[in-house]
Design a protein around this ligand. Structure first.
Ligand code: NAP
Length: 323
């Protein structure tokens, strides 16, 4: 069958859209975005209501609800420690979630589906900034290779559906995300929410010294999750193609700069010490976002503004987060 043809343009606001993973960091932002854009028929289920690993239940759900479009933001997600400790769970659960949702979506002829992956799909030693063409050109980072392979399989499934069934589905690969709804747990969080929590608690407890791991020199790219949702929305209306699209800001900052900005925003005036005996991780991770720019979208939310709204959210939800 020929490649699908899709006419770019606004979707009908009355189309039924299924947002899988609507309570997660990404899914909740995507839901807010669709609501803000005037969509009136959004459907979603928690994992307790619909376990996407349950194939029969997923097919029943699609038969009942018949969504016209799907944003697949449900996944088993975790930090390095969890990925490294439970590689089989990350591989198996993500494959099951993706395959079940995409198979049911094929059966019901879902028109537009956006599959969300992650920048960890690219080889560990990929040239920076990382272009989409770097996919499958080298070895993966071993600590999260199982998760990455599941996500690569998802990209391939989208491409196969396009070729075999002619449905104009797409894949988007976000960089590191942050924002309201992030995971601030002391053990499972990523670097940015971990730093927010550390500096905020130092201010709260009147501590005048904060210690961070490493040298602070590694460079990382951070995208606000509302920008991510805006990018997903732009792509679903305007992009068509088999290759995954990188979603990022196109620029990176050092961990030290991030720490200084967070300290400034939370009002920490003490000393920051860097424990250089601790590992730094990879020196740079930056996505090439030229394909996204060609598709007509660039990030809008600056880092300081994004951090302010995230810290505000953290304060407003501190009681439930800190339990
Ligand atoms: N966060 C980042 O920095 C980042 C960066 C790049 C890419 N991404 C990608 O974005 C996607 C979403 O990530 P996220 O950060 O939003 O994750 P998240 O906050 O952990 O949310 C994941 C959502 O998936 C749902 N889910 C998990 N297992 C499920 C199951 N068996 N059945 C039904 N629903 C299930 C959960 O639903 P319930 O809440 O109902 O349990 C949860 O709301 C992932 O594909 C991830 O790779 C994230």
């Amino acid at each position: 069958m020929a490649e699908p043809s899709f006419t770019p343009g606004p979707l009908d606001r009355s189309d039924r859209v299924y947002i899988a993973g609507h309570r997660g960091l990404v899914g909740s932002a995507v839901k807010r975005k669709f609501e803000a854009e005037g969509f009136t028929d959004l459907v979603s289920r928690t994992s307790a209501e619909l376990d996407l690993k349950d194939r029969a239940a997923v097919f029943d759900f699609f038969a009942q609800e018949r969504p016209k479009h799907v944003v697949l933001a449900a996944a088993k997600v975790g930090g390095i420690l969890a990925n490294n400790t439970y590689p089989h769970d990350f591989l198996s659960e993500n494959l099951q979630i993706q395959v079940n949702v995409m198979d049911a979506a094929v059966e019901h002829g879902v028109e537009r589906l956006v599959f969300l992956g992650s920048s960890c799909i690219y080889p560990k030693l990929a040239e920076q900034p990382i272009h989409e063409d770097a996919l499958l050109t080298g070895h993966l980072e071993p600590t999260n290779d199982a998760y990455a392979i599941a996500k690569i399989a998802g990209i391939l499934q989208v491409q196969a559906v396009r070729r075999q069934h002619g449905l104009p589905w797409i894949s988007a690969m976000p960089t590191n995300l942050y924002g309201p709804g992030d995971n601030f747990s002391p053990t499972g969080s990523h670097v940015l929410p971990a730093l927010i929590r550390r500096y905020d608690e130092a201010v709260r407890d009147g501590v005048d010294r904060v210690e961070n791991w490493g040298t602070g020199t590694p460079r990382r790219e951070f995208l606000h999750v509302d920008d991510m949702a805006a990018a997903v929305f732009h792509l679903i209306e305007h992009y068509d193609g088999p290759d995954q699209v990188n979603v990022g800001t196109g620029s990176d900052v050092t961990i030290r700069e991030i720490a200084e900005t967070i300290a400034k925003v939370v009002g920490f005036e003490g000393e920051t010490v860097w424990d250089t005996s601790k590992p730094d991780g990879t020196p740079q991770k930056l996505l090439d976002v030229s394909k996204l720019a060609e598709a007509g979208w660039t990030a809008q939310i600056g880092l300081e503004d994004g951090l302010r709204s995230t810290i505000d959210w953290f304060h407003e939800n501190a009681d439930s987060i800190r339990q």
